[in-house]
Design a binder for this molecule. Structure first.
Ligand code: CTP
Length: 398
């Protein structure tokens, strides 16, 4: 297990020493890579003395790096962790600038990347930084977001490096095949619902269930106990996941409300009918002369009810829209009291595809866009952000 720990220049740089020590205790081999400005905050000798190995300092001073080359390191690591990450390194990573060892290592490694930013609250809020963070999240990198608190510049706000223990947990989670949902119960809904008109006919929709099934599978792979409440689809049940098969919106609502109290994260990917036939016929409806009118009544909005009744659960809703995608999605985020909403544009026949473009809207106002990505990758990003929402809430608790 080999980690490259990139340290960039800000006041929180000294905390990377604890991260390095924690990783070593957990049995990881750690190669520290300091940027030039990080070395202004913490002397390279500190890392060298504590880790017993030389620190990589600067690409253009080979005498400091002895026989280490960025390409060989890039190929040998299991993870690149940048702790703390300044606004500057986020900008360089987002835009592919390689002007020192760390930024060059980033471009040349196939390993997963974890980023723990720390900076002044104004900088963290700046649109340029927000855009860079979104770009990097869109590449599937893991973020441990900064926490609110007193900053070195003397003001309160978001920007303080996350707690070292939380960063270590995430790093070890990613290294250990991401068992970071161990101990959590995740409830996923998937597929369409089917509303009977009579014993022969029904109203349904084009949902294939692929997104919800991908979320259930990804959550199980990361150690969660997963229950999947599924409408009728033609997908195999994901291994290790408890299945509850339902047909109608009412059946789905009943199953979800029963399971909700013991759940930590709910991902409502199902396309639930908003209306059902008011009086389904017991026998087959026979045709007659002229037009026929079908009377429909509203179903309960399951997600809105979860939003009203939630007690600490993280709620993830979906917004399938053909018009005003982001505005409508934001309306659902606040209107249904969700933590995240996954918005997808369904005007171009995306049902049943293996890839999708989605915008994940967070309560913080930030939007993460994933373009034409496999549904498995989108599922993992949703779970990352759901965990992040859970952590941030924990950090806010008294
Ligand atoms: N949803 C639900 N119960 C319903 C309808 C929808 O739980 N009766 C959930 C879906 O699972 C999804 C989210 O609400 O996570 C959004 O569903 P969508 O149909 O896109 O939006 P609605 O809120 O129903 O609003 P509208 O149909 O007006 O767009």
């Amino acid at each position: 297990m080999k980690v490259a720990l990139g340290v960039t220049g800000c006041i929180a740089a000294y905390k990377s020493i604890e991260v390095m020590r924690g990783l070593q205790k957990a049995g990881a081999e750690v190669q520290v890579v300091l940027t030039r400005s990080a070395a202004e905050f913490v002397a390279p000798l500190t890392y060298e003395a504590l880790s017993g190995r030389s620190v990589i300092l600067d690409m253009f001073r080979p005498e400091l790096n002895r026989d280490i080359r960025h390409i060989s390191l890039a190929q040998s690591i299991d993870l690149l962790a940048v702790v703390p990450a300044t606004a500057n390194i986020l900008g360089k990573m987002a835009h592919g600038i390689a002007d020192d060892f760390l930024s060059t290592l980033y471009l040349s490694t196939p390993a997963p990347v974890l980023i723990a930013p720390a900076m002044n609250a104004e900088m963290w809020r700046h649109p340029a930084v927000r855009a860079n963070v979104e770009t990097l999240r869109g590449r599937g990198h893991h973020f441990v977001d900064p926490e609110p608190g007193m900053l070195a510049c003397g003001i309160e706000g978001d920007g303080r490096l996350a707690a070292v223990d939380g960063i270590l947990d995430r790093i070890l989670g990613v290294l250990g095949g991401e068992r970071d949902l161990e101990g959590l119960r995740v409830l996923v809904t998937a597929g369409p619902t089917v509303e009977d008109i009579d014993p022969v006919r029904f109203i349904s929709n084009r949902s294939s269930g692929k997104m919800g099934y991908a979320v259930a599978q990804a959550a199980h792979a990361r150690g969660a106990g997963v229950t999947l409440v599924s409408g009728p689809v033609s997908l195999p049940a994901p291994a290790g996941v408890e299945m509850v098969r339902v047909r109608s919106a009412a059946e789905m609502g009943e199953a979800v409300m029963r399971l909700f109290p013991g759940t930590d994260i709910v991902v409502k990917a199902a396309a639930v009918a908003d209306y059902r036939p008011a009086e389904p016929a017991a026998g087959k409806i026979k045709k007659g002369e002229g037009a026929k009118t079908l009377s429909l009544e509203r179903t309960d909005d399951i997600l809105a009810r979860l939003g009203r009744e939630k007690k600490g659960q993280v709620l993830v809703g979906f917004a399938a829209e053909t018009d005003n995608l982001l505005d409508n999605a934001r309306g659902k985020l606040t209107g249904k009291n969700l933590d995240l909403v996954v918005a997808n544009d369904v005007s171009r026949g995306v049902f049943g595809e293996d890839e999708a473009t989605v915008h994940i809207l967070r309560r913080t106002g930030e939007t993460v866009t994933l373009r034409q990505r496999p549904k498995g990758a989108i599922a993992r990003a949703i779970l990352d952000l759901a965990l992040e929402a859970r952590r941030t809430r924990g950090a806010e608790a008294p």
